[in-house]
Design a protein around this ligand. Structure first.
Ligand SMILES: OCN(O)CCCc1ccccc1
Ligand code: NI
Length: 187
């Protein structure tokens, strides 16, 4: 089971590498890793388990964050409606790739954080507002979906990890909270 001890922090080289694509059929190890990444997210979003295991809450976790330089990431974005059990987006993505995206950009109003970054880095992280994502599931089935709002932002944060990019790389150093015309701010 993945806990915070397994998550590497900034400064570790794997976080700055371009991760390798997986080939199908997946090895048992690659299948297990995908499941363990998702299990971490589920535990981290369960108040009791997060407390017991001392987990920071996460909506995504990429293989490079557990020192595995492979193009695998789990995403678990809970529903906006606290009464609904259905997550807004939940899947383990193998070899994810953005096929196309909106011209419009978006950012999260409160900025972003990262399980591999043990400090607050204030500022807007401007990303594509809407994306068309292609990925493979654990069975090697090709998926093609369109995402917008928070799920689109989270997936782009995770894909960055597969390319050795951290969220604060996108923040304007001179003026962290400057926004161009038309950038959607997601609250
Ligand atoms: O890589 C996942 N991770 O570090 C957990 C936080 C993910 C995340 C947080 C804010 C906005 C987008 C994504
Ligand atoms: Ni992260």
């Amino acid at each position: 089971m993945i806990t915070m001890d397994d998550i590497i922090r900034e400064g570790r080289p794997t976080l700055r590498k371009v991760a390798k694509e997986v080939t199908f059929p997946l090895s048992e190890e690659e299948k297990n890793l995908g499941n363990e990444l998702m299990e971490f997210l589920e535990n981290s979003q369960d108040p009791q388990k997060a407390e017991e295991l001392q987990l920071r809450g996460g909506v995504g976790l990429a293989a490079p964050q557990v020192d595995v330089s492979k193009r695998i990431t789990a995403v678990l974005v809970p529903s906006l409606d606290p009464d609904s059990k259905e997550p807004e987006f939940k899947d383990v993505l193998y070899n994810p790739k953005i096929l196309s995206h909106s011209v419009q950009e978006a950012c999260i109003g409160e900025g972003e954080g990262c399980l591999s970054v043990d400090r607050d880095v204030p500022g807007y992280v401007v990303r594509q507002a809407r994306i068309t994502l292609r990925y493979y599931n654990a069975e090697g089935e090709k998926k093609k979906i369109r995402l917008k709002n928070y799920p689109a932002i989270v997936v782009q944060h995770e894909l960055d990890h597969l390319n050795g990019v951290l969220f604060y790389d996108h923040i304007n150093k001179e003026s962290p909270f400057t926004l161009n015309e038309g950038v959607l701010v997601i609250e």
